[in-house]
Design a protein around this ligand. Structure first.
Ligand code: XMP
Length: 332
């Protein structure tokens, strides 16, 4: 498949067009792969999930999916990967719970860039270790989408070094695996329609963007297990309440960040020291600038009430009203 999208290719806007695309790709992948094995890092994000479902349809157990849980996933995400791919789609799924490895390495590290480096580096290490245990893998599947290709082309044209795809970076050159990239000519909205046509759960297909280092960039300062747990629980409440209010899918990105700061509060008539949970809810088209979602007061009130009553360690809820710029979307 060429890296340039032909003018004749229709925009995939309907399930019918998606089905046609799926049929074509199933045939193309079978042709490319034959009876060989394909490896895929399955994060649970939209792109890798759609590629996994497509490849399972094309080559079944010849696809080996590796899901690395770095312990920084949102609540229920790794469980959903296991449920959907391991059980419902009966995939050849290797699940690696590397939580302790990551959290031990991150203990005491407060610098955001140092945290990112540890998480990214360790992720590649764990994935490589799993890949090395497997025999006879000739292909590596990737959830590359068309904006990634366009970005690379633009970078090459402007003379700047071509951005390496973050999901392959670090794999040893001598692995000599050929790439399988079935959605590389699609835009994100088209990938979602294909995901729906493949029968993936709506919540997975319309998942809001989530940074590679996961909750690691939202548990500010040095990550501790108790504060990470509080963040994950508070974030789950926020997502549930946005869902109930019909805002999921309408607001571009919404999440909780928890700084390493404690203040005094009162719970059950006792002094209660806790962290604040910070609500961030933004809208954007390209993530370069962002505006604040105006959350209705009643909903803010409900979220605050639930988080401060249900989450151990949180005693205040704050609402971040800062647009980008001057704030970035993530805290860190
Ligand atoms: P900032 O904080 O720079 O974020 O305004 C812009 C968008 O990028 C997402 N983000 C990431 N996405 N890997 C990703 O795939 C990353 O390391 C990463 N860091 C930030 C962020 O969630 C927001 O949508």
């Amino acid at each position: 498949m060429s890296n340039i999208r032909p003018d004749s290719m229709p925009r995939i806007t309907t399930l019918e067009l998606a089905q046609q695309f799926i049929d074509e790709q199933v045939a193309a992948v079978r042709e490319q792969v034959g009876d060989k094995k394909v490896l895929l890092a399955l994060s649970g994000g939209v792109d890798s999930s759609v590629v996994a479902a497509l490849l399972i349809k094309a080559i079944g157990k010849q696809l080996v999916c590796v899901h690395v849980n770095h312990g920084l996933m949102r609540k229920g995400e790794s469980e959903q990967v296991i449920e959907v791919f391991g059980k419902e789609l009966d995939a050849n799924l290797i699940y690696v719970d590397a939580t302790d490895r990551f959290l031990d390495l991150l203990a005491g590290v407060s610098d955001p860039e140092a945290k990112r480096k540890i998480i990214g580096g360790e992720f590649i290490k764990v994935f490589d270790e799993e890949a090395a245990k497997l025999d006879g893998i000739d292909f590596l599947a990737q959830g590359t989408i068309y904006p990634d290709i366009l970005e690379s082309i633009k970078a090459a044209e402007s003379g700047k070094p071509v951005k390496s795809h973050h999901n392959v970076g670090g794999l040893p050159d001598d692995m000599a695996m050929e790439l399988v990239e079935p959605v590389k000519l699609l835009f994100k909205d088209e990938v979602r329609v294909v995901g729906e046509a493949l029968g993936l759960p709506h919540g997975m297909v319309y998942r809001q963007p989530f940074p590679g280092p996961g909750l690691g960039v939202r548990c500010l300062g040095a990550i501790t297990r108790d504060r990470l747990h509080a963040l994950r629980e508070a974030d789950a409440i926020l997502r549930e309440e946005f869902d109930n209010a019909g805002l999921a899918g309408k607001v571009w990105q919404y999440f909780i960040a928890v700084p390493d700061v404690k203040s005094v509060g009162v719970r059950n008539e006792m002094r209660y020291e806790g962290w604040p949970a910070i609500i961030r809810a933004v809208n954007t088209t390209d993530a370069m600038t962002a505006t604040i979602e105006e959350i209705p007061y009643a909903l803010l009130h409900k979220i605050t009430d639930r988080i401060t009553h249900e989450v151990e360690g949180i005693n205040r809820v704050l609402y971040d009203l800062t647009p980008k710029p001057i704030g970035t979307i993530e805290w860190e």
